[in-house]
Design a protein around this ligand. Structure first.
Ligand SMILES: NC(=O)C1=CN([C@@H]2O[C@H](COP(=O)(O)OP(=O)(O)OC[C@H]3O[C@@H](n4cnc5c(N)ncnc54)[C@H](O)[C@@H]3O)[C@@H](O)[C@H]2O)C=CC1
Ligand SMILES: NCC(=O)COP(=O)(O)O
Length: 358
């Protein structure tokens, strides 16, 4: 066993992880999936300490609403630590607004303060609505940017991680650009940005996932990766030269040329679905923009992918879905992605704890 494998096997040891969970937008399904996840047998046996950040009255009300109205087990709020952050205004279930935006911002802000103070090893965030934050006067692209600002880091990234239930293969997708209009994407995709994301990804693969010699697939920007300049020049002007420089600097990393973005996902789909095709999958995929990466992730793994922020001084994970206002309060929200987010947070937190030990 090498040093990294040792670390990962040690991460399965019995040290207790302290996990902060925010309920996200209280008008959405965040409270529901959190209470359902905390009734999951494997999580209950994980020797972790869970603390929910949210409005206690709202959490108890959601529990009462769901207890007779859901096929899933629900954790009783009386049995969970809750940091009670009282909502200032009434919440209307099913539509994010100024009140729900102010509330979800306050929960996350408090969880970050507690984590930066050393009280928690990881934060698992339920989804928020960016539009509701905006209505409440908080101009962040999303939770990721608030987490980064409060942690005083400028290099951070949004990585989606999902383990296939068919083959056990793990799909990891980093987004180079995230919550910006499509018309801004080509302006923000610069050599500096891609170098920064590749470095973040390399470090995360090594430190968080024990992959010392990773294979990374990188998507092109234009259709057919530019078709030799005929459909766009970014690939030939700077992306391909950047990749060649990167190979010289990091001989231990195998990185592809820019793969035409439509076909990039054919092999990961085979690795996801077929045990005989796992070797076709790469350790990670760098997608150039939100939907280039998240359409395939959600097609393959909507019920189990996890959004994790890399580059923070602590672990942060989140389910891959949003607030699902359309089904709030109906008892039908699937907690699988939240369970996966909590499991990944525990695993990553244990690895960090082991790394800090002398
Ligand atoms: N991590 C986060 O904080 C995220 C937040 N969002 C926010 O969520 C809001 C709504 O976004 P949408 O694009 O509508 O995506 P969404 O994921 O909330 O909903 C898309 C569809 O999937 C269904 N769905 C989502 N989660 C489900 C679950 N756990 N179980 C069963 N069905 C589920 C919904 O009912 C809806 O039909 C937006 O304001 C967006 O900003 C979106 C994605 C991630
Ligand atoms: N589409 C992913 C997403 O919206 C995650 O946003 P956040 O975690 O930054 O709030």
């Amino acid at each position: 066993m090498n040093m990294l494998e040792n670390l990962h096997s040690a991460s399965k040891s019995s040290s207790r992880s302290r996990i902060a969970l925010t309920i996200g937008d209280p008008a959405g399904i965040g409270t529901e999936v959190t209470l359902k996840a905390l009734a999951d047998r494997n999580l209950l046996q994980s020797n972790s300490e869970f603390t929910i950040f949210g409005d206690r009255r709202h959490i108890v009300k959601t529990y009462s609403l769901l207890i007779d109205n859901s096929n899933f087990s629900i954790a009783d709020p009386d049995s969970i630590n809750i940091v009670d952050i009282v909502n200032k205004d009434d919440i209307v279930l099913g539509s994010g607004d100024r009140a729900s935006g102010a509330a979800s911002f306050a929960y996350l802000d408090a969880a970050i303060s507690g984590t930066l103070a050393g009280n928690f090893d990881a934060i698992v965030t339920a989804p928020i609505a960016k539009s509701a934050w905006k209505q409440a006067g908080h101009h962040y692209a999303g939770q990721t940017e608030l987490l980064a600002e409060r942690s005083q880091v400028s290099d951070f990234g949004m990585l989606f991680v999902g383990r296939s239930p068919h083959t056990n293969w793990v799909l990891r997708t980093l987004l180079a650009t995230v919550h910006i209009p499509l018309s801004e994407v080509s302006k923000q995709l610069t050599p500096n940005l891609i170098e920064q994301k590749l470095e973040l990804l390399r470090r995360s693969l090594l430190q968080d996932f024990a992959i010392a010699n990773p294979r990374i697939a990188i998507a092109g920007i234009n259709p057919h990766s530019g078709e030799q300049g005929q459909l766009g020049r970014e690939e030939s002007d700077w992306l391909q030269p950047l990749i060649e420089r990167y190979r010289q600097q990091h001989p231990n990393v195998q990185i592809t040329n820019p793969i035409p973005p439509d076909t990039m996902w054919v092999n990961p789909a085979k690795a996801w679905n077929n045990c005989d095709r796992i070797q076709l999958g790469y350790d990670a995929y760098l997608a150039m923009y939100h939907d280039q990466g998240l359409i395939p992730v959600k097609l393959l793994a909507f019920d189990r992918a996890v959004n994790t922020t890399i580059g923070l001084p602590f672990v942060r994970t989140s389910p891959d879905h949003g607030t699902a206002f359309d089904i709030a309060g109906k008892g039908i929200a699937d907690p699988a992605s939240t369970i996966a987010a909590i499991e990944l947070a525990i695993e990553l937190a244990k690895i960090r704890t082991m790394q800090k030990k002398p």
